[in-house]
Design a protein around this ligand. Structure first.
Ligand SMILES: CC(C)(COP(=O)(O)OP(=O)(O)OC[C@H]1O[C@@H](n2cnc3c(N)ncnc32)[C@H](O)[C@@H]1OP(=O)(O)O)[C@@H](O)C(=O)NCCC(=O)NCCS
Length: 182
């Protein structure tokens, strides 16, 4: 079971910097697009959503009021986005399950921001009514697996050659999950 932790608001990072964690708004389209453009090629290649694509940015910004979707961003005092996380409740017989995405801008990694965002989105998923949370990522993304393991997630399965990166190469996917305290 994942513990309930309130993580919204101002956050002090391990390196002394501060960011604000808040819900994504429809008016954040440009900042989100700039965040996408700031990500390194390796991240773009291996993330499920292509944050450099204007249509994807529009879809995310338009979903800021979606009933079954929560999106949280980490914002610097200058208004720059340095982290993004989302939880989406699944349709149909898995509608008690929310799937999570998480990404932190490389300059802000290893400062605890990923953990703050992960805690915030698990709490947001619980508020959405989800009792189970899942996250899937390329098996090669060990940092993501480390962070969710520390939050109490366990590996539930691995899908062989289940994702194709933007260069056309196949990759295994790891699925991690946790049950959320209601
Ligand atoms: C995964 C990711 C969000 C982590 O963000 P972060 O801000 O660096 O994470 P934190 O600083 O909060 O790290 C928390 C803990 O996770 C583990 N961790 C994070 N990055 C790690 C790495 N590169 N190698 C090993 N462990 C790592 C550590 O245990 C770390 O604690 P510590 O720094 O006290 O040792 C970031 O690396 C990222 O955006 N990666 C690309 C996208 C991705 O893989 N997303 C996850 C799946 S959707």
């Amino acid at each position: 079971m994942v513990q309930r932790i309130e993580a919204e608001g101002s956050v002090a990072l391990k390196d002394g910097r501060h960011v604000t964690i808040r819900n994504l708004q429809e008016s954040d389209r440009v900042a989100l697009a700039t965040f996408g453009q700031s990500l390194p090629r390796n991240d773009i290649l291996y993330l499920e959503d292509d944050f450099t694509h204007p249509e994807i940015i529009s879809r995310l910004a338009n979903a800021s009021h979606a009933e079954n979707w929560r999106q949280i961003v980490a914002v610097t005092d200058d208004g720059e986005f340095v982290g993004y996380t989302a939880a989406m409740r699944m349709p149909g017989w898995s509608n008690h399950v929310a799937n999570i995405r998480l990404i932190v801008q490389p300059d802000y990694r290893r400062s605890g921001l990923g953990m703050h965002l992960a805690q915030a989105i698990v709490e947001a998923a619980r508020e959405l009514g989800a009792t189970k949370v899942t996250v899937d990522m390329l098996a090669a993304l060990t940092a993501g697996q480390a962070i969710f393991s520390r939050l109490g997630f366990a590996v539930e399965g691995q899908l062989a050659r289940h994702a194709i990166d933007r260069d056309g190469n196949l990759h295994d996917i790891v699925i991690m999950s946790a049950f959320v305290r209601v």
